[in-house]
Design a binder for this molecule. Sequence first.
Ligand code: 3HC
Length: 699
Amino acid sequence: MTVRISDRGPVRLLEMHSPPVNALGAKLRAPLMDEIQAASRDDAVGAVLLLSGVKTWCAGADIKEFGLSELPAPDASLNAICDALDACRKPVIAVVDGAAYGGGMELALACDYRAVSGRGRFALPEVNIGLLPGAAGTQRTPRLIGVEHALQMCLDGKPVGASRAVEIGLADRLLEGEPTEAGCAYAQELLGAGAVARKISSGPGKLPRPGEAAEVFAGARQMIARKMRGRHSPELIVQCIEQAVACRDDFAAGLAEERRRFVSCLKDPQSKALSHVFFAERAAARGASRAAARAVKRGAVIGCGTMGGGIAMNFAIAGIPVTVLETGQEALERGLSVVRRNFERSEKSGRLPPGGAERCMGLIMPTTDYGALARADFAVEAVYENLDLKKKIFAALDETLAPGAIIASNTSYLDIDSMAEATNRPGQVLGMHFFSPANIMRLVEVIEGRRSTPETVACAFALASRMKKVPVWSANSNGFIGNRMLAGYMYEAFELLFEGTPPESVDAALRDFGLPMGPFQLADLVGLDLGWRARELAGKPADERKPGERLTDALCERGRFGQKNGHGIYNYSPGSRIPESDPEVAGLIEELARELGYRRGPPAKADEIVKRCMYPLVNTGSALLEEGVARAASDIDIVYVYGYGFPAWRGGPMHYAEQQGLDAVLADIREFHDRFGARWAPAQRLVEAVAAGRGFGSR
Ligand code: 3HC
């Protein structure tokens, strides 16, 4: 039974019980509707409590239903349930214990009173899946808490906790003690005071007069232009709330406007792409191993540079004590002062609660002595990319740590198996590739070595989840998933330069596609000197360097390291991140292109730039599937969305390719193969998918 019924005197308890999250699919909606109507008709019932029997109060509409070709019939829809609550003659009290998200919050808004436990929280995260609140959320929320708060909730999709909900008038009562008992007591109290049903829909509530909120709407639109570029549903959300104001005395008219826009969002490929990302993220996180994961009690991080410091922060944020080792006191202090600054910034921006920075710093123990790591059960090595150095560190850790402790490398491309062979515990060795800045970026590639045990992999996944990261499994192969794909993307971007397309045009086309920045802005941000120094150190001969490497090396030789010193592929004014063109660089590109024998032509059009840079991702992604380096196309999408800023509303490169039609993508790749040669040879997996008339398949 998905709705359990019981009575406490005149109070009817309706407990939703549809694990795991009470999503409002057909099997929960139908009985819920029946029971609301039955309680309304029953003279013995004085008030109704709407409760949840699972950890999540209600996660809203069942997102899986949105993929169906038919929308639910109107008489069984979530809107119909909200109408039934509106029509109920008894006061209905939502007892929100856990997350009331999306349609779940809308359900609570259709009730007459909202009581919230300490665990309770409200959110309208529809925007995250390309939708807008479609069960009167855009109409009831501004009536209840005003336009400004409503816009914020609908546009940022973030949860509002229990106390804050009471503070802004979203909830009427903060419940103490066991929620069902406290909810019953609250219902009795309301009945005793003669409280009656009260409907948000029956008056303008906190809605201003038309025209009065113009500035707030303008502010919301500015924020959308700044932070949600390319997305469709945010503007529609603003329009719905504007309609709520315009129709302040006619709830039904505002609702009809919301419905129209909701249906248009549902049909928009953006919502399909964002829902794909939602499910892909969860599939990736449980994707590796079913082995039991041991909980990590104490961490160790080797190296306190940018990556090491960020990884240590992740341990501390997850509440795990961590010892950080550096070779010298000075480097240690420098690293930790950056960590402290980052924590303080997080606290200031609200990412950490008040006092969080100090608490986190208290969990980080600095050391220059391997002996201090002895109690760690999970160590992450995060020194610079040099295999010999890493092997030495692995051997030292193997000597120091207790048997069974796990050693991970944060390498972004080196061979995990070689590191494992430097220890006597190859089963407890694997890769954990974090992305910079490691305390912010959510992706972690978990690299299973040839001898890593299932328990080791499961433990890394569990640790990443505890750090609130999105772990994705990868086999041990040069560059793993993300960097192997990035290589093809960057190669092609440089080819475009040598053929005659200026860097500004390449970057602009890819920004317009939805990436936060183009490849050359990215290269300048990362620093051109990193690759150059590594190549110099390794003594890589000039004729073995890729054309793009030749260009960045030449730039570095002229002291152009990127954003860090104001000159790279672009120039940057002091304190600015805005790229400015430099004729010296254009000249250098031309000169090198001639030297390397490129045939220069007119600049490529945006459409070709996008295909030339995106399709290597698709082709390499297909090869990674074929080779078993990645286990699912959706994992590849998650790597690119969470690690490389691929626009989530396009679903990741593999989903994007499927949306374009794999046959069309393959035809373009074949054409590029004819024009540019071997590097464009179509991956077998892609050819097979097209021949079979199917997509890449899911997990
Ligand atoms: N529909 C279908 N399945 C859902 C779901 C939903 N709304 N919400 C969660 N699930 C599934 C997940 O896919 C996962 O399935 P799996 O076990 O097969 O991977 C399972 O429920 C558990 O989910 P989580 O792992 O995310 O569980 P947590 O406890 O960590 O988080 C949660 C719970 C905070 C509710 C989180 O799941 C969440 O944010 N869900 C999405 C909420 C949302 O976006 N709601 C809006 C839906 S659209 C809507 O309501 C339209 C309306 O306005 C008309």
